[in-house]
Design a protein around this ligand. Structure first.
Ligand SMILES: [Zn+2]
Length: 313
């Protein structure tokens, strides 16, 4: 059985493991992403952790190393731009690690890698037309169209978080205004909760012990599951924003399934049913009718499995 090393680079953790061609993790570990040591510090920790797994497996069994990184990634394996990592622009990760380990390396945007992983082994399995969105601090995603990962001219298509849903909305980090990330990114959901809490009763206040700095999408979900009305209001609003967003994408791409990943999916059915309802109200009925809106399936090991899956056709 052939194996692949999958490495998912995040702003907080580097998750790495050895995965079989069938998507099974054989061995894995999680390391904190080094802070304050710039590009070199991160590259060193990546190299050490890859080295550990390369030594652990017979060389001829390894197909290669799949790497997922934040940012816009070229087909050559070069990261054009990654706003949230120090000095990570114009960095050819493929070249660096191919030279270091003398084996094939594939590099992809992290959310696009997750899309491919969910398509091969998760909630997108069995479909040819898939949209996958990852909702966290940032909003990313990918599209499978006719069984292929949508790439675009510069290989950097589908920056899902930076599609505007409002003509004159709030300013986004990317320089545009009204981007979907500005409404459903974790930080902005938290801001929405703080505004709504003013002068109102809510279980959220009890859960965070009165300390507004402790509000997260997770605490809002917890309050919602305990019957809190204000938390319900938040998730309905978030579901509506996403529904408006996806109604445009349904008309553009005619997907069979929309996969929602990231912490917000923990809010549960309220998110999925609100998105689906809004799509039904706004997209062409013929296209909206059969679209499924479902949670991602690969769970906490999604990054490792997905990055390894970059080696699977
Ligand atoms: Zn933006």
């Amino acid at each position: 059985m052939k194996k692949i090393i999958g490495l998912d680079l995040g702003g907080t953790f580097i998750k790495i493991g050895v995965v079989t061609e069938k998507g099974k993790i054989l061995n894995k570990k999680e390391i904190s992403t080094p802070k304050g040591r710039g590009r070199q510090g991160i590259l060193e920790v990546m190299a050490q952790s890859i080295d550990y797994f390369v030594k652990d497996s017979p060389r001829k069994q390894l197909l290669g190393i799949g790497i997922g990184t934040p940012g816009l990634v070229a087909e050559t394996g070069k990261v054009f731009l990654a706003p949230n990592l120090p000095d990570w622009n114009n960095l050819n990760l493929k070249k660096i690690f191919e030279q270091k380990f003398s084996m094939p390396v594939k590099v992809e945007n992290d959310a696009k890698a997750i899309t491919w992983g969910e398509y091969k082994f998760g909630a997108g399995k069995g479909y040819d037309n898939v949209i996958c969105i990852t909702l966290g601090t940032g909003v990313g995603g990918g599209v499978i169209l006719d069984g292929k990962l949508l790439k675009g001219e510069k290989y950097s298509a589908v920056e899902l978080g930076h599609i505007p849903i409002c003509y004159a909305g709030p300013k986004c980090n990317c320089g545009n205004t009204g981007c979907i990330e500005r409404y459903v990114g974790a930080k902005y959901i938290t801001e929405m909760a703080k505004k709504k809490l003013k002068g109102r009763k809510s279980l959220i206040r009890e859960i965070i012990g009165g300390n507004l700095a402790k509000i997260t999408p997770k605490t809002i979900s917890e309050a919602y599951h305990r019957g809190d009305k204000l938390a319900e209001e938040i998730w309905l609003e978030v579901g509506n924003y996403l529904g408006v967003f996806f109604s445009g994408l349904v008309n553009l791409l005619n997907p069979q399934v929309i996969i929602i990943g990231g912490g917000i999916a923990q809010a549960g059915d309220i998110i999925f049913s609100t998105i689906k309802k809004t799509i039904n109200e706004r997209s062409f009925p013929l296209l909206a009718k059969d679209v499924k809106v479902v949670p991602a399936k690969l769970g906490k090991d999604a990054g490792i499995i997905s990055c390894a899956s970059l080696f699977l056709p």
